[in-house]
Design a protein around this ligand. Structure first.
Ligand code: ADP
Ligand code: ZN
Length: 617
């Protein structure tokens, strides 16, 4: 092994070990700071390149970099990926037998490791602390640092132990990293991990290669399958559902339609779960249908889409989940289908959730922000980035930008709807859900309308200028704007303190009109937007010769990865293979210039790549 060469500078390590020519964004400043022994808190979006921020300092500094990560199931892959570039890495967690553990411990104490991955719960064990005291530690990296925050959505009590690292090893630099960066989370990480004196690096949260789209849910399975068939045939992706039951159903539905998919949720036994995750990482073009239990730390670079079939509970969660698409910088899709039923269901879940009033209020705020994103008439990305405290201009790569929705003055419609709700309550002492209210507005003599004699109300039939789906959209938007509320098991509609302002004509209500649905304008998104990774080549941009070479390289990679028992992307990313296919190098020296081809990969795979390119060339 050749890592940790004396006196090597970060940039040299970047080229020699990882095969990249330049740092991205703030990577270099962060790395320099930690190399000098400073503490750092790094907020960077998923796919932004956080790993190098601690991996390179660990290689440059004397001693072993200790990485705290909650992702036990992924440690093996993380370590394999490092070993593939010649870095000496190991991990300690509960999945190992004592012999494996002893080997790693020996390597750590004798300084034959560059990086050691540890699950946070190991720090509860005194023997781990004693072990760490016997080695020479280059730095502590605290990955997924938002797990220390109770405000967020991934709280892990063991993370609270991490504040003690600083007390025991006051001179060892600490770098905490997360892709979750609202002000509240940022503040909580800072205080709980005692990072008040650390330098804070806040990167741009934009992921320009991801196209954000939010559509009205009518027949979710059909909408999903259309998305997959028209835009993502053969692509790997993640489909998120709220419940275990809908995960199972959706996965079965896809398989029934000859689309390869596996389910993933906490109700599956550990073996099946691990197996499905590993297939997703290893096979090309597999879809995983999952609850949000899936995905943290999954660094598969070629996830081409993330689809949500249910409304996420918070913008933070949504942004993390969608951020798992397109880490390689190539065009990717974040697609969400959402409907009125989602709002009703989530309000009910909040109302019946455990925890105190403050907790429920927090859940409610999260939901409101999510609804506002769904119903915005403006650029989705502007709103998302604004949520993370970053201002930006309309992006050109979201549904709002590609097909701007019309704004219309919905004040009169809102008044009609609110007065129907109000009349039922005042004149009849009744509360009803959206379906009944809309039937009344439309003047529909349904059984339930007749049964309750709602056709005798003065508001009966006053809303025929809109169609049923339009009214549903009005209801959703009024809920999102807090002018209307939903309560109880049946999702009944009720007025709010601000309803009166609309009824009293002192408040105007602007609404979004859904544009007619159609295929995405991919040309706009692919030509006018830069991709995230420098030099990345979009799938559609390969010429026929390069495309054929790319296919051969992919086949070679599949065989190689299988032989070595690692995910395909550990051998080479798609982005690197595309560049190789285009540049068609015929010598190792030429191959070495490609981004992502470092010293070890060149030695290990170089000849295989050259030979594959030479076949029927
Ligand atoms: P994060 O942990 O922030 O989600 P990663 O560390 O997994 O992101 O990096 C995302 C992708 O970007 C990886 O495939 C990585 O190899 C690549 N990458 C990171 N830094 C650079 C760089 N300086 N040049 C080129 N590619 C990079
Ligand atoms: Zn936009």
């Amino acid at each position: 092994m050749t890592t940790g060469e004396m006196g090597e500078r970060p940039r040299e390590v970047l080229r020699r070990v990882f095969g990249y020519d330049s740092f991205r964004g703030e990577q270099e400043a962060i790395i320099d700071h930690v190399v000098e022994g400073g503490d750092a808190l790094v907020l960077m979006p998923t796919g932004g390149g956080k790993s190098l921020c601690y991996q390179i300092p660990a290689l440059v500094r004397d001693g072993v970099g200790v990485v705290i990560s909650p992702l036990i199931a992924l440690m093996q892959d993380q370590v394999d990926a490092l070993r593939a570039v010649g870095v000496r890495a190991g991990f300690l967690n509960s999945t190992q037998d004592s012999q494996q553990r002893t080997e790693v411990e020996k390597a750590f104490v004798s300084g034959h490791l560059d990086l050691l991955y540890l699950a946070p719960e190991r720090l509860r064990v005194e023997s781990t602390i004693r072990l760490l005291e016997r080695g020479n530690i280059a730095l502590f990296a605290i990955d997924e640092a938002h797990c220390v925050s109770q405000w967020g959505h991934d709280f892990r009590p063991d993370y609270l132990l991490l504040s003690s690292l600083h007390e025991r090893w006051p001179t060892v630099p600490r770098i905490a990293l997360t892709a979750t960066a609202t002000k509240a989370t940022h503040a909580e990480i800072t205080s709980r991990l005692n990072l008040g004196n650390a330098q804070h690096f806040v990167a741009s949260f934009d992921r320009p290669n991801i196209q954000y789209r939010i559509v009205t849910k009518d027949s979710p399975n059909q909408q999903l399958i259309k998305l997959l068939r028209t835009e993502h045939p053969g692509d790997a992706g993640i489909v998120y559902c709220l419940s275990r039951a809908s995960v199972e159903k959706t996965a079965a539905f896809l398989v029934g339609n000859a689309i390869p998919a596996v389910p993933y949720h906490a109700g599956l036994d550990a073996r099946t779960r691990a197996n499905n995750q590993s297939r997703f990482l290893r096979e090309d073009g597999l879809i995983v249908v999952a609850t949000i239990a899936f995905g943290m730390g999954i660094d598969k670079p070629d996830v081409r889409f993330v689809a949500h079939l249910d409304l996420p509970k918070s913008v933070e969660g949504y942004y993390q989940e969608t951020g798992r698409a397109g880490r390689d910088g190539l065009p990717s899709t974040a697609w969400l289908a959402y409907g009125l039923q989602d709002v009703v269901q989530q309000r009910r879940m909040i109302d019946t959730s455990e925890g105190d009033a403050a907790h429920r209020r927090r859940l409610s705020q999260h939901l409101d922000a999510m609804l506002a994103l769904c119903e915005t008439v403006d650029c989705r990305r502007v709103q998302l980035l604004d949520y993370f405290g970053q201002s930006s201009a309309p992006c050109g790569n979201c549904d709002s930008c590609i097909r701007p929705p019309e704004k219309w003055d919905g004040t009169v419609a809102a008044q009609k709807l609110l007065s129907t709700v109000s009349r039922l309550q005042r004149e009849r002492g009744q509360k009803f859900g959206a379906g009944q209210i809309i039937d009344i507005l439309l003047g529909k003599r349904s059984d339930k309308v007749v049964q309750h004699r709602h056709d005798a109300l003065t508001v009966f039939g006053i809303g025929t200028e809109l169609k049923e789906p339009d009214w549903r959209s009005v209801v959703r938007q009024l809920l999102a704007q807090g002018v209307l509320a939903v309560e109880g098991d049946y999702g009944t509609l009720v007025l709010t303190p601000t309803s009166g302002e609309v009824l009293g004509k002192s408040r105007q209500v602007m609404l979004r009109r859904e544009p007619e649905r159609g295929p995405r304008s991919s040309s706009a998104s692919r030509t006018s937007r830069p991709t995230g990774a420098a030099g990345a080549i979009a799938p559609s941009d390969l010429n026929p010769t390069a495309a054929a070479a790319f296919d051969r390289l992919r086949a070679w990679r599949a065989v190689t990865a299988k032989e070595q028992g690692v995910p395909a992307y550990v051998v080479f990313h798609d982005a690197a293979l595309r560049q190789i296919a285009t540049a068609a190098p015929s010598t190792l020296a030429q191959l070495a210039k490609i981004q992502g081809v470092g010293e070890t990969k060149l030695a290990r795979y170089g000849q295989g790549v050259i030979d594959t390119l030479a076949e029927n060339a």
